[in-house]
Design a protein around this ligand. Structure first.
Ligand SMILES: [Zn+2]
Ligand SMILES: [Zn+2]
Length: 385
């Protein structure tokens, strides 16, 4: 396996990562991050498009005569979390933090882009720096801006660091990687009353309790035992006093599934259960359910390409794993274009705070492995004949 990086370039990629970690920006606000990325890509001879999908950047490099093209995507946004790591390079902005490792994803892709600028290949590589992966759907924004029209490509690839796997373990499944997700809000309206005289009102708290219990039956009674579904009520708000039955209660939560018919079933059943249970308690319920991200589904051919490359690389071991019920907006790109989203294990010795923890820190030992994966992919897919 060809080694594409001098060690000094990896040291520099670690410095970029720490710089980005100190300067996190939330979804669709990644102005400084985008400028940082664009400056480097331009320096290495890429044709650079900024402001794509609001704050995204695409760097394109073509060599030779082949019309073959691939896309490599890195997400660039941070999360609204108050960092607690105490690191020398911790976030300088209280309440914003790279707690999902997107700082590492950017640095890997940049290190790979630099190595590709001196690589002899035949075709076109697009490095796609996507904004707003967390909740806001920056992947969709780029697709809607015309990503696959303006930057034609045969396939697109993305990766995520995965602290639950040992360093260098690689999972590229043939189909399901990450679930689809939705959000729901149920508002239950009853009639408030004195807490000592409940019979004079219609208690939305009792109705809400029964609705939360009822929601548990969707996965167990309405979805096939051979399919996956999650309905989690994550908030209940209602009442202000010890002795007052409130007028209304709000329940909010999240839903997860893979197959579209399961998503549709979940929505239908939340609505039916909430409204009918509320009616049974002399209350009313309104239900909002929003489909947010589709499921992240790989193309088996592209997944095989990733596994083949990974299996030749020192420090990387191809393993199998179950998909995750977490979600990922790379799904909007995979819905339009064949591709593969894979995980690279990122465990460190000692404690391993998970993604989105205030104690999370991207494992810098993964930087050379991820960067090497990307350049190897370009070297393999855009091979000089
Ligand atoms: Zn995340
Ligand atoms: Zn992430």
């Amino acid at each position: 396996m060809q080694q594409f990086f001098p060690g000094t370039e990896i040291d520099e990629a670690v410095q970029w990562r720490h710089h980005l970690h100190q300067n996190p920006e939330l979804g669709f606000e990644e102005q400084e991050t985008s400028a940082f990325i664009a400056a480097r890509l331009s320096e290495w001879g890429y044709s650079v498009r900024t402001g794509y999908g609001k704050t995204g950047v695409v760097g394109t490099l073509s060599r030779g005569t082949s019309s073959k093209a691939i896309g490599i995507r890195a997400d660039i946004d941070a999360l609204p979390i108050l960092e607690q790591t105490g690191l020398a390079y911790a976030s300088r902005t209280p309440g914003k933090m790279h707690a999902c490792g997107h700082d590492g994803h950017v640095s890997m892709a940049l290190a790979a882009a630099r190595a590709c600028s001196r690589l002899n290949f035949d075709g076109t590589v697009h490095f796609i720096f996507q904004p707003a992966e967390e909740n806001e759907g920056g992947g969709r924004a780029m697709v809607e801006d015309g990503l696959f029209r303006d930057f034609p490509m045969d396939a697109i690839y993305g990766l995520h660091n995965w602290p639950a796997l040992e360093l260098g373990q690689c999972v590229a499944r043939d189909d399901q990687m990450m679930a689809a997700f939705g959000t729901f809000e149920i508002k239950i309206t009853g009639r408030g009353a004195h807490g000592a005289m409940p019979h004079e009102g219609a208690d939305p708290i009792v109705a809400a309790s029964q609705i939360v219990s009822g929601l548990q039956t969707i996965a167990s009674r309405n979805v096939s035992p051979l399919q996956s579904a999650v309905i989690s009520a994550t908030q209940i708000h209602g009442g202000d006093a010890w002795n007052v039955i409130p007028e209304d209660v709000v329940i909010r939560g999240t839903t997860r599934w893979f197959e579209e018919d399961v998503g549709a079933k979940i929505e239908t059943r939340i609505r039916a259960l909430a409204t009918s249970i509320a009616t049974g308690f002399d209350c009313t319920a309104t239900v909002d359910h929003h489909f947010r991200y589709p499921a992240t589904i790989n193309d088996p051919g592209c997944a095989a390409i990733v596994r083949n490359i990974a299996s030749t690389m020192p420090g990387i071991e191809v393993v199998d794993a179950m998909p995750s019920m977490a979600a990922e907006d790379f799904s909007f790109m995979l819905r339009e274009k064949a591709g593969c989203y894979f995980w690279l294990g990122a465990q460190k010795a000692g404690r391993n705070p998970g993604l989105h923890s205030a104690y999370f820190d991207f494992n810098d030992a993964l930087l050379p492995l991820g960067a090497q994966m990307w350049v190897s992919l370009v070297n393999d897919q855009l091979k000089v004949a």
